[in-house]
Design a protein around this ligand. Structure first.
Ligand code: RUQ
Ligand code: CUA
Length: 653
């Protein structure tokens, strides 16, 4: 297509976006959603539990929110990449190292795609992984504690978007760079991008025993934009698929320049082959600098280690490991059906939806049905790998999920709808509006061999008039549809935290029995823990003072401290001695330049306080823990820097 007509098409799509988002143009859904059967379907009676957990990414909040489905009730916001004053994440001494990177302490990120660990292609509910888009990282959340326990930075990457998806036995959690960059980073003219920048696809191994992550290898691909990815499964296990756009390798005005090619690619990577290659000594170690942060459940403390090298592989070194499947029009989502046969490329500027066949792909490779190559990587013949096309299903396809019953569901951003179609016949069977401009959608287990095809959750980019207005910024939103029948039924709107990009859902029964209730005091190995009131003390070391404190309903021990001086740096290390479910205590100190601590039973956390003025300064419990919560308090006497008041501490004297 010529540049002029491309511009016309793009502006037409832009205009349609506006129409799609215009509430005035919306069809009424009130009859459906307000009908009593819809209300009944999402009603979870007081005291009852939801059937599914949904882990919904926070986008620009950097966190991961936990909801129940079908009710849409919010249970927890798990802090991941952003500081969270409510839970002291990134504020207390224990978790600050979790946000360390090669750029220093980074208190924020943009989290997009959660994915739950799998065993034999089915959700196992051990971990949920999520990517940081801006300063490339992958986090692992332990689903016994619902806490982030590991974050690994991804070197040679930028805009870690096609992440964090897991292979069918959680052998790897995979990351792909959205922005290609010079590798290694160096000072060079931007105009020399083409042919010089690289796109790193990173395979991060997950230790089957303890879940430990490590960058096993990086594949240095041509300088395209790697948008999304999904693993093969079943018959295609061992492969990983990545959508690309900007195969034009433009570095400016991408809205025009990256839409020139009629087809971009889905890159098919035979990771088993590359794994074998590197296990036999292939690839080369390259200097790098990236952080690996691990939170230890027994010391209740994180450590950050800087790693200094990474194994890189040039695809041309491993013939037969990487192929390119031509896919129309800047494909965004890259989705593989539960059988592993179909690979859906959601060409966001395409009128049709392209589905590739894994079987045909293998045949095309075998019979060398190539149409040239890109930087030495064979391009497979389009018609030879095409399984079928869904004709004109909607405008602006983004993502597809599967119900495990032979149906696929695709979101259309521009026409604001979810469209249901049949795998194999490619017929559209139903469509329902979303309000408005839907991005991802999620079926619990939809990323595995065994989806639980009861609901689909649509995550919308624009909400407009759906809720009470709250000034210029209105809530982001999700919508729940019943997909048990031939036709979808809209059941519920609910607001979300941050911008929901993607979500991962799982039956509650897989996770609930393993959910931790307390941390055992006898397993507490925190360096500054006081495991009983008898162990509490205050220790001065020059200007540094360490307070070993405990908390139990309803006092701190000690609760009176004297002998602190202006200019001291006081570390409060506080252990919650409770061993009962759901009895956290909090603590905060007047004028402390940090957040409260919220300490779980059996856990130790620390904060720093630098007293600025002489006086007697109170601290108190911030979590309403008992009828005597308001009595749970203490005082610290601060004397001038040159005073000779002895250090002393007491309780009940
Ligand atoms: S995507 S912009 Cu998952 Cu459709 Cu991030
Ligand atoms: Cu402890 Cu309130």
């Amino acid at each position: 297509m010529k540049r002029l007509s491309k511009l016309v098409l793009l502006s037409a799509l832009g205009a349609l976006t506006l129409i799609g988002c215009n509430p005035a143009g919306k069809k009424s859904d009130k009859g459906g959603a307000l009908s009593s059967s819809a209300a009944e379907k999402v009603y979870v009676a007081p005291g009852e539990h939801d059937e599914f957990y949904a882990f919904v990414s926070g986008g620009f909040s950097g966190q991961l929110a936990v909801y129940g489905l079908p009710s849409g009730r919010l249970f927890k916001v798990i802090p991941v990449f952003s500081q969270d004053a409510e839970k002291a994440w990134g504020y207390n001494e224990e978790t600050k190292p979790m946000l360390n990177t090669s750029y220093g302490f980074v208190p924020w990120d943009d989290s997009h795609h959660p994915d739950i660990s799998q065993t034999a292609g089915e959700l196992d509910g051990r971990y949920v992984f999520i990517n940081a888009n801006n300063t490339p990282r992958i986090a692992k959340i332990d689903l016994t504690t619902f806490e982030t326990t590991e974050i690994i930075e991804v070197p040679n990457s930028a805009g870690n978007h096609s992440s964090s998806f897991v292979t069918e036995n959680t052998e790897y959690v995979v990351a792909g760079t959205r922005f290609s960059v010079p590798v290694p980073q160096r000072d060079m003219p931007i105009s020399e991008y083409k042919g010089n920048f690289k796109g790193a696809l990173s395979f991060i191994s997950v230790n089957p025993e303890d879940g430990g992550m490590d960058v096993k290898f990086q594949l240095l691909m041509p300088g395209f934009n790697y948008d999304l990815s999904h693993p093969g499964r079943g018959k295609s296990h061992g492969w990983f698929f990545f959508t690309t756009y900007n195969t034009e390798e433009a570095s400016t005005l991408l809205e025009v320049n990256a839409s020139q090619n009629d087809k971009d690619f889905i890159a098919a990577v035979n990771w088993k082959k590359i794994e074998e290659y590197v296990n036999n000594g292939g690839g080369k170690m390259m200097p790098a600098n990236y952080a690996h942060n691990v939170y230890d459940e027994h010391t209740h403390t994180a450590t950050s280690t800087m790693k200094k090298e990474v194994l890189v592989v040039d695809p041309s070194e491993v013939p037969g490991a990487v192929y390119l499947l031509p896919t129309p029009k800047s494909p965004h989502g890259c989705d593989v059906d539960p059988s592993g046969e179909y690979i859906v490329g959601n060409g966001k500027l395409s009128a049709n939806l392209t589905v590739h066949s894994f079987t045909k792909m293998l045949d095309a490779i075998e019979n060398k049905k190539f149409d040239g190559d890109a930087y030495g990587i064979p391009i497979l013949n389009f018609d030879s790998v095409l399984a079928g096309t869904v004709e004109q299903p909607g405008l602006g396809p983004l993502h597809t999920e599967f119900d495990g019953k032979g149906n696929a569901y695709t979101t259309f951003f521009i026409s604001s709808e979810v469209v249901k179609w049949k795998l194999g016949t490619w017929d559209v069977v139903d469509r329902k509006s979303t309000y408005y401009s839907v991005g991802h959608l999620m079926i619990p287990g939809g990323n595995s061999q065994k989806p639980f095809g009861k609901y689909v959750l649509a995550m919308n980019k624009i909400t407009k008039d759906r809720y009470l207005p709250t000034g210029p910024e209105v809530t982001q939103s999700a919508q729940l549809y019943d997909i048990t029948g031939e036709k979808m039924e809209l059941l519920l709107d609910f607001p979300t935290v941050g911008e929901p990009h993607y979500a991962a859902g799982i039956p509650a029964d897989i996770i609930k029995p393993n959910s931790k209730k307390i941390f055992k005091l006898e397993e507490n190995k925190h360096k500054y823990a006081a495991l009983s009131e008898a162990d509490t003390k205050v220790v001065r070391n020059g200007k540094e003072v360490h307070v070993y404190m405990t908390m139990i309903r309803s006092h701190f021990s000690p609760d009176n401290i004297e002998g602190i001086k202006v200019g001291d740096k006081v570390y409060f290390h506080i252990t919650n001695l409770e061993q009962d479910y759901d009895v956290p205590h909090g603590v905060s100190m007047i004028g402390a330049n940090t957040s409260e601590l919220l300490i779980m039973p059996g856990q130790t956390e620390s904060f720093v306080w630098e007293p600025k003025q002489p006086g007697v300064w109170p601290f108190y419990c911030t979590d309403f823990c008992s009828a005597l919560h308001q009595e749970m308090q203490g005082y610290v006497r601060v004397s001038p820097a040159n005073s000779n008041i002895e250090l002393s501490w007491s309780l009940g004297e």
